[in-house]
Design a protein. Structure first.
Length: 358
């Protein structure tokens, strides 16, 4: 073990999934200090992932919790600066595009600590998405830009960033392949009383689908009207907004369940007939699982999936769901591999940092 220290900053469900394989690799060569901002704090959205993915317990849990974007980010900046001044890491590693990503990057940059951004270079070109702002700032301030695809590298090149860019592949693909080997599929399907390829899986959490009660009502009404069984692991925020707007489910075809663990989600994705989502991560996992995907957004940062014909963007045109699911509008079912690398992104990241820092 070298005496070089990497501080890894995470805070939300997708980041726990991404950091698990990378942490396994970098701990072979570095002292890693794991900092959890507490952006996601519900057990099903946070601690369950540490337990299931064998992520070491955080060295620091800041317990920030929910708040408006500015307030949440501000609290994170305050707490993260104190921790980073105390531990003095040689590198700060951030993941994805959440407020934890933004706060971690800003805190490190202001303290002159180099930053490595895993999943750099993504662009939806929609500045109304808070995630777009977060990822742009993280990319501009990072020394190491670990991109998951060639498109992401090209996005950075268009913005004049070519130094420190490494196309390593997607760490989520690493995680998907690793965890697929450790799952009891039958047990999970039995838990949710599902038959393989006899249901649709949906996830909904983005503001454009949840904050406007008219849109959310229309979406829930459409999902209820589908002839197939739709299983819906519901995000706490979406459940809260449904309650606030008095939106109820009155069809047996739409089955709401609590947020599921990562390994359970992989099983649900792998055995679904189709996936309907507004999540960037679930779009990719649908591709990894070989399951067609309908995206409830007008744009995506994973443009390769659309260009490849795998994902269909429908935005708020929910009337397209039935034709897509019935086959009137075809969905692709043959995957083109290597879009997201070879499943060894985490090792490549560790090797690059080892060569550069040790």
């Amino acid at each position: 073990m070298n005496n070089k220290t990497i501080a890894t900053i995470v805070g939300a469900r997708p980041q726990f999934i991404k950091c698990a394989p990378v942490s396994r690799e970098i701990r072979k060569h570095f002292n890693e200090i794991l900092i959890h901002t507490g952006q996601h704090y519900d057990y099903n959205m946070s601690q369950s992932f540490f337990d299931e993915l064998n992520i070491p317990e955080p060295d620091y849990n800041l317990g920030i919790g929910s708040d408006n974007h500015g307030a949440q980010t501000g609290k994170m900046l305050l707490e993260l600066e104190n921790v980073l001044l105390k531990i003095k890491p040689d590198l700060v590693m951030v993941y994805g595009d959440t407020n934890s990503t933004l706060a971690g990057t800003l805190s490190a940059a202001k303290l002159q600590i180099p930053v490595a951004h895993v999943e750099a270079g993504l662009r939806s070109y929609n500045r109304k998405m808070p995630e777009e702002i977060n990822r742009i700032v993280a990319d501009k301030l990072s020394k190491y830009l670990f991109v998951p695809t060639q498109t992401a590298a090209a996005n950075l090149a268009k913005e004049g960033q070519t130094i420190g860019v490494y196309n390593v592949g997607d760490v989520m693909f690493d995680s998907f392949l690793y965890n697929l080997k450790h799952i009891n599929t039958d047990e999970v399907l039995e838990k949710f009383q599902l038959d393989s390829k006899k249901y649709i899986l949906t996830t909904i959490h983005r503001p454009q689908n949840t904050d406007d009660p008219t849109i959310l009502k229309a979406l829930i009404r459409t999902l209820q009207s589908l002839p197939e069984l739709v299983i819906f692991p519901i995000h706490p925020r979406t459940r809260k907004l449904m309650k606030t707007h008095n939106i109820t489910v009155n069809s047996q075809n739409l089955k709401l369940v609590e947020p599921v663990s990562y390994q359970e989600m992989i099983v649900l994705e792998k055995n679904a007939k189709t996936i309907i989502t507004d999540s960037g991560g679930v779009q990719k996992e649908a591709y990894f699982a070989g399951v067609p995907c309908v995206v409830l957004r007008g744009e995506t940062e994973w443009v390769e999936l659309v260009e490849n014909g795998w994902a269909k963007l429908i935005g708020s045109q929910f009337d397209q769901l039935q034709p897509l699911l019935s086959g009137s509008i075809p969905l692709k079912t043959l995957r083109s591999d290597q879009i997201f690398g070879d499943g060894n992104a985490s090792q490549k990241i560790s090797d690059i940092l080892k060569t550069d820092l040790l």
